[in-house]
Design a protein around this ligand. Structure first.
Ligand SMILES: C[S@@+](CC[C@H](N)C(=O)[O-])C[C@H]1O[C@@H](n2cnc3c(N)ncnc32)[C@H](O)[C@@H]1O
Length: 160
């Protein structure tokens, strides 16, 4: 199942190196209302834990990893693309992945676990080169936010 849930905007001032934008809490809350998520969840590009915190507040056990350590405690640091299997007990990924690698991220996520919920721009759907992902990997649901998500951009060296 691939549940592309939302659209996030482009940010000229973003930390483009890591493609780091923080997901606003209401986006994850909306996903939780819309989808029945299991107890164990993996967030493999956790950033500052914006998605992880909302899921944990709702009682989920969330394994958090990222390629970069920020002001948030990760279970492990890893390049998602180098991983060959998910953490124990995790059959579901929930994430707002680095958009520049979104195609690769979706394919790899679906190779690792059967259930994948990703926050992506609606424009992700407008692509012939993603036909394999959009039509042949079990895409089940697309949910669209009518208002563009206000993702939070914070450079690692800035104060909140
Ligand atoms: C758009 S941000 C989202 C952060 C967090 N998921 C959220 O929703 O607030 C993308 C995150 O992907 C991470 N990232 C980029 N490339 C990665 C990789 N190859 N493996 C794991 N994480 C990666 C970045 O460090 C960044 O934290």
């Amino acid at each position: 199942m691939l549940s592309h849930a939302a659209q996030s905007g482009r940010h000229a001032n973003a930390d483009r190196g890591d493609d780091f934008y923080e997901t606003p809490p209401y986006a994850t809350s909306a996903l939780c209302v819309a989808e029945e998520l299991p107890h164990w969840i993996w967030e493999p590009s956790a950033g500052n834990g914006a998605i992880v915190r909302v899921l944990r507040d709702r009682g989920h056990a969330v394994v958090a990893s990222d390629i970069v350590v920020r002001e948030f405690e990760l279970h492990f640091v890893a390049d998602f693309f180098s991983l060959k299997k998910p953490p124990v007990d995790c059959t579901t990924i929930v994430s707002n992945p680095p958009y520049k690698d979104a195609d690769h991220f979706v394919r790899h996520a679906l190779d690792l676990v059967p259930h994948v919920h990703l926050l992506l721009r609606v424009a992700f759907l407008e692509s012939v080169r993603r036909t394999d992902v959009l039509e042949h990997r079990g895409l089940r649901t697309v949910r669209v936010f009518r208002n563009r998500l206000r993702t939070i951009t914070r450079r690692p060296w800035s104060t909140p």
